[in-house]
Design a protein around this ligand. Structure first.
Ligand SMILES: CC(C)(COP(=O)(O)OP(=O)(O)OC[C@H]1O[C@@H](n2cnc3c(N)ncnc32)[C@H](O)[C@@H]1OP(=O)(O)O)[C@@H](O)C(=O)NCCC(=O)NCCS
Length: 357
């Protein structure tokens, strides 16, 4: 295995951009909307020399960082910031590292692992468009409060997509087995004539599965060699294109749009062709696995497991105890593969579209 993750959680000292918007990366490792911890120098006369502020980074410019802590909003003078870094989302329920996160927080994290080209916000909702490349990058992520009454929020989203010449698609999530009728936003969409999946089988139910990087079997001396590149290379992209439709420009932008990612591959030793691949997204405390694929002629030879073992090794070495992935519920082989590696369902989501879309 060669290659290292780049742009992992990092101290932040760079200058700010005046165009910071929610969800956009603003400099190495620090993102508006992220949970951050800021070590801050206290003024003269203070008993302690420095203190830490933990909360959501909501704004920044050349002079200040603004952080919403649990109890207050603090405006921190940049010159007195000793260090700042992203930290994982908080624990919201008991369990291991991959179970404690709330579904809302995991959805927001996964959106950063698959960043859309064009992003907008409506309260907590995230609006995404990427020239049609993947459902996730072309749908409104319904999470938290849209900051408008529901009917007006739905109108706003429909207009946002219509302004871009794209059909509105909503991604809603819930506990395993939830129905659209019992989800308030999905129910309102059904009333507007939307349908679950909009006629696409693979959009009916997507499972979010999570597991511990420490529980994945390690690479062994017998494991086939895995290459990990921080850069997206043409032959990786071509092999990726064997399993799904590429939208030139949009695909590359989404694949390389996270704060940190690695492109892993296994090659056939004789032809040197890529026969198995995966993309790893890098987050504070979490790794994401996207696009895991093994050439049909090489399935059940352990290559899929080897790629996940390689991701887990990088994760363990970089303080990422938890791993997430998304798999269509109708992909029985894929689900069986992840269960065999100790992953379990965290929650699930579905898409709602107008049937004509
Ligand atoms: C899912 C996939 C990546 C598995 O890759 P693979 O290299 O064949 O998997 P492995 O050989 O490492 O399998 C490890 C174990 O997973 C389970 N497994 C893998 N494929 C399975 C299948 N088709 N049916 C049932 N169990 C399966 C088995 O327990 C297997 O161990 P075994 O072969 O000793 O019985 C591959 O089938 C694939 O590329 N599918 C299409 C893309 C996809 O579905 N990706 C995953 C969605 S995120």
């Amino acid at each position: 295995m060669n290659g290292d993750p780049t742009d992992g959680p990092a101290d932040e000292t760079g200058s700010a951009s005046s165009t910071d918007t929610p969800g956009h990366r603003v400099s190495a490792g620090l993102t508006i909307g992220s949970r951050v911890v800021v070590r801050y120098r206290l003024g003269e006369g203070a008993e302690a020399g420095a203190t830490d502020f933990l909360g959501e980074l909501i704004a920044r410019n050349n002079d200040f960082l603004v952080v919403d802590t649990k109890t207050e909003r603090v405006k921190l003078i940049r010159a007195d910031v000793i260090a700042a870094k992203d930290v994982p989302p908080p624990a919201s329920r008991p369990g291991h590292a991959h179970e404690r996160i709330s579904a809302d927080d995991l959805e927001k994290l996964m959106a950063k692992g698959w960043q859309a080209l064009d992003r907008g916000g409506l309260g907590d909702w995230l609006l995404r468009a990427s020239e049609g490349f993947t459902g996730r990058a072309n749908s409104a992520l319904v999470v938290g409060d849209p900051s408008l009454p529901l009917d007006r929020a739905l109108d706003f989203v429909e207009k946002w997509y219509s302004d871009r010449g794209r059909p509105p698609v909503f991604q809603v999530h819930g506990a395993r087995g939830f129905t659209a009728e019992e989800h308030p936003v999905a129910a309102a969409l059904l009333e507007r004539g939307y349908a679950v999946g909009g006629g696409r089988d693979d959009w009916q139910r997507v499972l979010i599965m999570t597991g511990l990087s420490a529980a994945v079997p390690p690479l062994t001396e017998e494991s086939v060699p895995v290459t990990a590149d921080a850069e997206l290379k043409l032959d990786w992209l071509m092999a990726y294109g064997e399993q799904r439709t590429i939208v030139p420009g949009a695909t590359e932008a989404v694949l390389t749009g996270s704060d940190g990612q690695l492109f892993l591959s296994v090659r056939d030793p004789e032809s040197n062709r890529i026969i198995a691949l995966a993309r790893m997204a890098i987050h504070p405390g979490w790794a994401g696995i996207f696009g895991l694929w093994v050439h049909p002629e090489h399935r059940r030879e352990g290559l899929g497991t080897t790629l996940v073992s390689a991701v887990a090794m990088v994760a363990r070495e970089n303080t990422m105890p938890a791993i997430y992935l998304q798999v269509s519920a109708d992909n029985a082989d894929g689900v069986a593969f992840w269960e065999d590696l100790g992953f379990s369902v965290h929650h699930e989501y579905t898409y709602l579209t107008r049937p004509s879309a």
